[in-house]
Design a binder for this molecule. Structure first.
Ligand SMILES: Nc1ncnc2c1ncn2[C@@H]1O[C@H](COP(=O)(O)OP(=O)(O)OP(=O)(O)O)[C@@H](O)[C@H]1O
Length: 587
């Protein structure tokens, strides 16, 4: 039922305008919706998924439109020949601007995009080569099979095909290893980096992709309008594009199309009717859009598409259970008897010494616990071992190799996986997708391969590996649940499954039993014993003494950042200094 209906609708949308039945005015509106939706799609990925708010996308549309206008009017290029040049030029412009922009964070990022959005607009208006504020006219039409697309009705199928291609590529991207990496960045970079994702590279790639889509839209715009002026690419236009993504649903593909349709149609209606009500006061629609934006953010924070999508049955592709297992990662061979060594490590925060000359080592097939009262320096030690914090002095060695100055991604690459005291999952991603982030370093499908869907065999392997880890930790019935629907205990277990997916040699678990019920703790202890038997070294921070004492091989106790004791569980239990500092305080 669904497929014939969709086919019928698609045929109507494609054929009706092109057949000439639809008035040219409506065909023009359809074209503007399609072109705007392509720009908004870029913003769906950049802002909605990647968390980078940009008010400046209209500048890239303008760069592309002016580039095509120049090439076709001055240098005799055909529009089709100009297209690849336009896309390359826009992507280069996005790379150069992106290199500066993606380093910004917080409110500096949107402010930065406003600045370069305005700068590019004034550049268009002031360059004689580009015709100043009069722009460039006489742009030739695009021809298809020898027929020039002179009329907006003839142009529509071209816009529709380009929109379809953009939707297809973007869908491929989001449903892939590269897409997961981008989605992980929205909840901060710490967890993403811990699994080998390089945030700066992922952000730049998204920025260029959004610029590329804006470039495609700019080319279409130039050859639909057949003239370009700076006004079409002003900051106002940039704000409208962002509005489309937000109103439609900034993280959703179809939200871009819905948002573009709403904003284009509303703008057209407002420009017709507001002057009748208020006289010819200019740009009143901007105020109206402001009100719509505030209402959307209050009533449907995720935009309107998710509200509609609730009524559309979701199709979920099953995990390919028989996908071949991933190869074990090739890592530098271990030197010496220990997987992990902390040698006299220190961390100072201003005048506070959080970790003071602490040393310990972790062997293969061993569980070592770091004990200590609140504020003793355990989490800081974890962050020093994993490269999240830099050492004030001392040395960390992984499998005998010093990791001085290494980033969290590089340390993860050496086989160190971790969980977090404050769970760091991506709330809107499913358990499967969250756990699959742990496989990131075990795949190599890049941005382009993912865009073109050439990553399918490897993607099936990555997802199958994630599904195996989820089954192993006992959460198979929650595999497709969104992470934000889980209990605290379940989220901790999901973090462990994600860590296992890295195929680690060293596993660092920060309070894994917090929030777990008795039966869940027993299952977790069983799992950790299994992992130890497989040769992993496990470093544990945990306050639950029964859990620790039944499981751990050795204990190191910290107090005020200093190591006050180390030994077997029984020795630690009897140590008076420990009882005073820690066990005494919890007894
Ligand atoms: N980024 C930071 N800047 C300044 N001080 C910090 C920072 N991170 C931790 N500290 C301080 O370092 C000390 C050790 O903190 P840490 O979180 O490592 O303790 P912990 O043993 O993990 O405690 P808990 O069990 O409560 O998590 C504390 O006094 C804390 O306030």
């Amino acid at each position: 039922m669904r497929t014939p209906l969709l086919t019928f609708l698609a045929a109507v949308v494609l054929v009706l305008p092109a057949s000439g039945v639809l008035p040219a005015f409506w065909a023009t509106l359809l074209n503007m919706i399609g072109i705007s939706a392509i720009v908004a799609l870029g913003l769906v990925v950049l802002t909605g998924v990647g968390g980078m708010t940009s008010f400046g996308q209209a500048a890239f549309v303008g760069v592309a439109a002016y580039c095509s206008a120049l090439l076709t009017t001055r240098y005799g290029f055909s529009p089709w020949l100009a297209l690849p040049v336009v896309l390359v030029v826009t992507s280069i412009a996005a790379t150069l601007i992106g290199l500066v922009t993606v380093r910004l964070s917080g409110h500096y990022l949107p402010l930065g995009t406003i600045c370069w959005g305005m700068a590019v607009y004034y550049l268009f208006g002031n360059l004689d080569l580009l015709g100043g504020f009069n722009g460039i006219s006489g742009i030739p039409p695009v021809s298809l099979f020898g027929h020039p697309l002179l009329d907006s009705r003839q142009f529509w199928p071209l816009v529709l095909v380009m929109l379809g291609v953009s939707l297809y590529l973007t869908r491929n991207l989001l449903d892939s290893r590269a897409g997961r990496a981008i989605r992980a960045l929205r909840s901060g970079t710490t967890a993403a980096e811990a699994f080998g994702i390089a945030p700066a590279r992922a952000k730049l790639a998204v920025f260029i992709y959004a610029g590329f889509l804006a470039g495609l839209a700019g080319w279409l715009f130039a050859h639909l309008q057949r003239s370009v002026t700076p006004t079409a690419f002003s900051l106002n236009a940039g704000i409208e594009f962002l509005l489309m993504a937000v109103i439609g649903g900034s993280g959703r593909l179809w939200g871009a199309v819905l948002g573009a349709a709403i904003v284009v149609l509303l703008k057209n209606a407002l420009q017709d009717y507001l002057p009748l009500l208020f006289g010819s006061i200019g740009s009143l629609e901007v105020i109206f859009f402001g009100v719509v934006l505030v209402l959307t953010l209050q009533k449907a924070r995720e935009g309107l598409w998710p509200v509609l999508a609730e009524h559309i049955p979701q199709r979920r592709s099953p995990v390919d259970e028989i996908a071949t297992a991933l190869a074990m990662p090739v890592r530098p061979k271990g030197e010496g008897p220990f997987l992990l060594e902390a040698i006299g490590i220190n961390k100072r925060f201003g005048g506070l010494v959080a970790v003071n000359d602490v040393s310990f080592s972790l062997a293969k097939g061993e569980i070592l616990t770091l004990l200590g009262p609140n504020g003793a320096g355990k989490s800081t030690t974890f962050n020093l071992l994993t490269g999240v914090l830099s050492l004030s002095s001392g040395e960390v060695r992984i499998a005998g190799h010093s990791v001085a100055g290494a980033s969290p991604s590089q340390i993860a690459g050496l086989g160190v996986a971790r969980t977090f005291q404050h769970v760091k999952l991506v709330p809107e991603m499913s358990v499967l997708e969250n756990v699959a982030l742990g496989t990131h370093l075990r795949g190599d499908s890049g941005f382009l391969r993912c865009l073109l869907r050439l990553d399918r065999p490897q993607e099936a392997q990555l997802l199958a590996e994630a599904a195996r880890a989820i089954r192993r930790v006992g959460l198979a019935d929650r595999i497709h649940s969104p992470a934000d629907s889980l209990s605290l205990g379940e989220t901790r277990i999901v973090e462990i499954a994600r860590a296992i997916c890295l195929a680690p040699r060293v596993l660092l678990l920060d309070e894994p039993a917090a929030g777990l019920r008795k039966a869940e703790k027993n299952r977790l202890a069983e799992l950790l014993r299994e992992l130890r038997a497989e040769g992993l070294g496990i470093l544990l921070v945990e306050h639950d003494m029964d859990f620790v004492m039944s499981l751990t091989d050795r204990i190191v106790v910290l107090d005020f950042g200093t190591r006050i004791a180390a030994g077997l569980p029984d020795e630690i239990r009897k140590n008076p200094r420990v009882q005073e500092a820690y066990l005494g305080s919890v007894a």
